[in-house]
Design a protein around this ligand. Structure first.
Ligand code: NI
Length: 406
């Protein structure tokens, strides 16, 4: 499409996103008041289906017990090439956290809160479905709407949805999603090409020794001293095994053993996390992690057990799709509202889609700026700037229209 046609299209989407903002805001607040934990999103699923039905969009058969998949069929045809399907994804689950905000739409569910902005994500995808429904003639292909359950709980909802045939059945040629970030100012977005989020694996170590009187350590096999050396030795994974230019994290975040001043315990347990940005380094560090723990334990005359539980893989933003989203964002929001993001060591199960289908995942700014440093994801006072709903609805809609135009 020519520049003039693109800016006219962007203008139409902007106006539509602005018009629908009050409705999207009401949807977000409704979802915020009624959060549901991973895989328990039954009311949320029903709500999404009902909203889509109001747009004349019937949900596809369930892939999992919760979550919704639906197709919005465009009426246009691309200027050249095949007609394609683009997938837009929102996650819909909340966190086990007691809300501590004071606004009048706080969670009504004790110990459950949308503290990761998935209520915003869901509301924005519904808003985009509404905007695009009103522009079917300009929509030169189909939009696969993916409302995914259980992003917050490993192994996450993305993997089982893919295993249930999501990508094989509907064959999207690209997939996009966005996530709220208070570190980015509302009205802006930030993107990162290539490795954007880390593979996150859970580490579990148990050290078995021989307990005894702490005044006679020579008659024990002390798992505490061995554990201290294991933790220290593990620091070489990042400083000496990982190449200096490759981000990696190995953190032991929990250690438990012993209960008295004069008793050496028989056992110590530790837990931690490993974060990597590249699959090769990930397997290398897994191997060296296990070897380090086992051999240090052996040197100290104790036995160790190691378990590494695989979490989400590296989230890799396809360079071409990220360029496309970047250009679309600049056209839609203006150059000054589109920023580059550094890779993050957090994890996200959108990574699974990106292993099968090219696409991109970006940060939607929901922050109020520097005056608001405590407004963090997963905190009981998480409070995104709701004005960002308009930006997110518009960006999703415009990107889908532009991608399908070919
Ligand atoms: Ni999240």
């Amino acid at each position: 499409m020519h520049n003039e046609a693109l800016s006219a299209l962007a203008q139409r989407v902007k106006e539509a996103a602005q018009r629908i903002y009050p409705e999207v805001l009401a949807v977000r607040r409704h979802l915020h008041m009624h959060p549901e934990l991973s895989y328990q999103e039954f009311r949320t699923t029903a709500f999404i289906k009902e909203y889509l039905a109001g747009l004349g969009i019937e949900a596809e058969p369930q892939l999992l017990e919760t979550g919704v998949v639906a197709i919005l069929r465009g009426q246009g045809a691309p200027e050249s090439g095949e007609r394609r399907t683009v997938a837009l994804r929102a996650d819909i689950d909340a966190l086990p956290l007691q809300e501590e905000n004071s606004h009048d739409f706080c969670s009504t569910e004790a110990g459950c809160m949308h503290a990761c902005g998935h209520d915003m994500h869901t509301a924005m995808l519904l808003g985009a479905a509404s905007v695009l429904s009103g522009m079917k003639e300009e929509l030169k292909g189909d939009v696969l709407l993916v409302f995914q359950p259980a992003e917050e709980k490993a192994p996450g909802g993305a993997k089982p949805m893919i295993e249930a045939g999501l990508l094989n059945k509907y064959k999207p040629s690209a997939i996009f999603a966005q996530h709220c970030f208070s570190s980015v100012r509302s009205g802006s977005i930030a993107m990162c090409k290539g490795g954007f989020m880390a593979a996150a694996d859970e580490l579990y170590i148990t050290v078995h020794g021989q307990g005894g009187h702490a005044s006679a350590p020579h008659k024990t096999r002390d798992p505490i001293l061995a554990s201290a050396h294991i933790i220290t030795a593990l620091q070489h994974l990042v400083s000496r095994v990982a190449p200096p230019h490759e981000p990696a994290v190995v953190s032991i975040a929990s250690i438990n053993g012993g209960h008295a001043t004069n008793i050496i315990p028989g056992k110590v347990t530790m837990q931690g996390t490993m974060r990597t940005m590249n699959e090769e380094l990930r397997s290398l560090l897994h191997e060296r992690f296990e070897r380090t723990v086992m051999q240090v334990a052996e040197a100290f005359g104790v036995e160790a057990e190691v378990e590494i539980r695989f979490g989400y893989p590296v989230l890799y933003n396809d360079p071409d799709m990220t360029d496309l989203a970047w250009d679309a964002a600049k056209e839609f929001l203006g150059d000054e509202k589109v920023h580059k993001s550094e890779p993050l060591m957090t994890a996200e199960d959108f990574a699974y889609y990106l292993r099968e289908c090219p696409g991109s995942f970006w940060q939607l700014g929901t922050g109020f700026g520097d005056s608001d440093p405590g407004n963090l994801l997963h905190s009981p006072t998480f409070n995104p700037d709701e004005q960002a709903l308009e930006t997110g609805v518009g960006m999703m809609s415009y990107l889908a229209l532009r991608y399908l135009a070919g």
